[in-house]
Design a protein around this ligand. Structure first.
Ligand SMILES: NC(=O)c1ccc[n+]([C@@H]2O[C@H](COP(=O)([O-])OP(=O)(O)OC[C@H]3O[C@@H](n4cnc5c(N)ncnc54)[C@H](OP(=O)(O)O)[C@@H]3O)[C@@H](O)[C@H]2O)c1
Length: 215
């Protein structure tokens, strides 16, 4: 599959390498192809193409959103709304506010009755959005490698076939997937990022993941 990743930060880079390792053709999207960390990334990962947001969105049969939450709407506008129509779009973003964490608890610019994913879905009514990857750190997004059972990736979205596609990708990346329903479930999935980050901020522990136990 041709994968276009909108966002060249650490998440975009980790997912670009992951999709490439799984045999996909990957374009990593940025506003500045010449920025230092990206030049270094290109040298180390010549198999990943780099494009501007519009080229990246156009080229992707599947698109990943990996930009800062507060600038995602701007990144989508630069990428071109029409370039998302009909495509599976993995939304890895979180609505983290500019304010600092309070005792390790991140602040969001959304409320509990709203989510960034729902706002993005409104901006991209023709896209088949699936929330994924937002509730785990980039270091364990691909082949998480925990001893014992696989960790759980919580996903949601309005299109069942899109969620099937993303579940297949997550399986290949080493995850068990829990489908939590429609886009409104992002109101619960996005705050998992807050919970996930607390051990990091208060005791520098950043390599955990969630597991849904069932019987
Ligand atoms: N860090 C993690 O481990 C982690 C884990 C799960 C989820 N997330 C979420 O994943 C997303 C990406 O995180 P990240 O740490 O990789 O990167 P980030 O620093 O939050 O975002 C980097 C990307 O945002 C773009 N950007 C910055 N300002 C912009 C603007 N004004 N307009 C348009 N685009 C702009 C940058 O463009 P350029 O390429 O031009 O610089 C870059 O591509 C975030 O929403 C984060 O909450 C992060």
């Amino acid at each position: 599959m041709k994968v276009g990743i909108i966002g060249s930060g650490v998440v975009g880079q980790v997912l670009a390498k992951a999709f490439l390792s799984e045999g996909h053709a990957v374009t990593l999207g940025t506003r500045n192809k010449l920025k230092e960390e990206l030049v270094k990334f290109r040298k180390e990962n010549p198999g990943v193409a780099v494009g501007d947001f519009s080229e990246t969105a156009k080229s992707g049969e599947l698109i990943v959103l990996a930009t800062g939450g507060s600038v995602t709407a701007d990144a989508i506008a630069l990428a071109g709304i029409a370039n998302f129509t009909g495509k599976v779009v993995i939304d890895a973003t979180n609505p983290i506010a500019a304010a600092p964490p309070v005792n390790g608890v991140l602040q969001f610019f959304t409320s509990v009755d709203d989510s960034l994913m729902e706002r993005i879905q409104k901006q991209l009514p023709g896209a088949r959005l699936v929330k994924a990857f937002n509730s785990v750190g980039n270091a364990v997004m691909y082949k998480p490698g925990f001893p014992g059972e696989k960790p759980t990736m919580f996903i949601c979205g309005n299109d069942d076939n899109a969620k099937k596609t993303v579940t297949g990708i997550l399986s290949s990346f080493g995850w068990e997937t829990e489908d939590m329903g429609k886009a409104e479930a992002a109101r619960a999935i996005e705050p998992l990022c807050i919970l996930w980050c607390i051990p990091g901020f208060i005791r520098n522990q950043w390599t955990h993941a969630f597991k849904l136990l069932k019987k």
